[in-house]
Design a protein around this ligand. Structure first.
Ligand code: FAD
Length: 363
């Protein structure tokens, strides 16, 4: 009987189970026959990763299986490799039919397939940090800065060196925020080397001595590479919507978040070309707009009633250890315990779990 009910429902396929796709799938699951395609069996809060390396038990809350929130949908643990006008094709050659398709493939990660292996990875990173007297971090974007902050705060005796090839840290936000983050790290004895790089092709896990492009020698017992992840849109390069990828590989969407004016293909999250900072809370707003639009279309509502998405204003928060953060708002950049209380204490884990319908603090 349930199978019969399913057959009558519109098929919504969501590709990508990150911040945007997971919320969309969860929000629409009782209104359609939902399939979520993601290479991992689990959802994870990306910005909790860095703290999970110094406190691996945190990942127990920040990483949870898709089955926990998607109780009325189908989960396919795989990568999508192409789409036709009617189906999504997976890497194993499966064809998943859709009436509506939502592309939410933000970035690609080379993380393990199972939650258990992912939790194990955080334990291994923690052992690596604990057993190192000195640590090199390559990359001064949000990931590198947040990792340096976590290590400097929890392990103040370790010598941390952060190498960044740009002229300033956190280049995705304003100069003031960069400067405040730099000052904070320096005050915690993190050595920051700007406009220098490490040739990743020539280094290995076993290396203890690293030479920067400027010839500086960094001695470190271990290293972490914290570079931006590739955008998750290369699988669409030969697809029917290839003409709607901009030159940066982002999907061009209209005000209803549909791709190239298509009636039934939407895109949400970091993979879209919307001119705004790529942030998780913004990706969640996309998901909620598309969930409403899908519900309307499924009920046979008029196109003219579709909700229009309005780009978000500039807002970003980078945590610096457990208590501090630097926050950039449209009219001000603030630093210290106040933004730290908003982000750094719990890293929005409780809030995100609640949004996904889970206990914020499971027993
Ligand atoms: C260090 C750091 C700190 C951050 N802090 C914050 C913060 O405090 N607040 C905030 O709002 N944002 C923050 N962000 C930004 C936030 O993480 C991203 O904006 C958000 O994750 C984007 O969500 P998304 O769903 O679009 O993409 P992602 O989270 O990248 O998810 C994409 C999903 O698609 C899957 N995928 C990729 N390719 C395929 C494919 N071919 N087939 C199937 N699945 C595929 C991936 O496995 C992944 O599950 C931070 C980011 C970083 C790196």
């Amino acid at each position: 009987m349930e199978g019969f009910g399913r057959a009558l429902k519109k098929k919504v396929v969501v590709v990508g189970g990150g911040i945007a796709g997971a919320l969309l799938a969860k929000s629409i699951q009782f209104h359609a026959d939902v399939t979520l395609i993601d290479p991992k069996e689990y959802f994870e809060i990306p910005w909790a990763n860095l703290r999970s390396k110094v406190e691996p038990s945190l990942a127990e809350r920040a990483v949870f299986n898709h089955t926990e929130y998607l109780t009325n949908g189908r989960i396919i643990t795989s990568s999508a490799v192409n789409i036709t006008e009617t189906d999504v094709l997976t890497i194993e050659g499966r064809q998943i039919p859709y009436d509506y398709l939502v592309i939410a493939t933000g970035h690609t990660y080379s993380t393990p397939r199972t939650r258990r292996d992912r939790l194990e990875q955080f334990q291994e990173d923690n052992i690596k940090i604990k057993s190192s007297g000195s640590i090199l971090i390559v990359g001064g974007g949000p990931t590198g800065v947040e990792l340096a902050g976590e290590i400097a705060m929890d392990y103040p005796d370790k010598k941390v060196t952060l190498v960044h090839n740009g002229p300033r840290l956190l280049e995705f936000i304003g100069l003031k925020a960069s400067k405040k983050a730099l000052d904070w790290l320096k005050s915690r004895n993190v050595e920051v080397l700007l406009e220098q790089s490490i040739d990743l092709a020539t280094i290995s896990e076993a290396d203890r001595v690293f030479t920067t492009s400027a010839g500086e020698i960094v001695n470190a017992d271990s290293h972490f590479v914290c570079l931006a992840k590739p955008l998750g849109s290369s699988w669409l390069r030969e697809s029917i919507i290839k003409d709607y990828l901009d030159r940066n590989g982002r999907l061009m969407v209209d005000e209803n978040l549909r791709v190239g004016g298509s009636n039934n293909i939407f895109a949400i999250g970091d993979v879209t070309d919307i001119p705004e900072l790529k942030q998780g809370d913004v990706a969640q707003r996309h998901a909620l707009v598309v969930a409403k639009n899908l519900k309307l279309l499924i009920k046979g509502g008029k196109e003219s009633k579709l909700i229009k998405y309005k780009p978000a204003s500039v807002k970003a928060m980078v945590s610096l250890g457990r208590k501090d953060a630097v926050a950039q708002y449209p009219l001000a950049t603030i630093m210290g315990h106040l933004p730290g209380m908003i982000k750094s204490r719990d890293l929005f884990i409780g809030k995100t779990r609640k949004q996904m319908g889970l206990e914020s603090h499971p027993i």
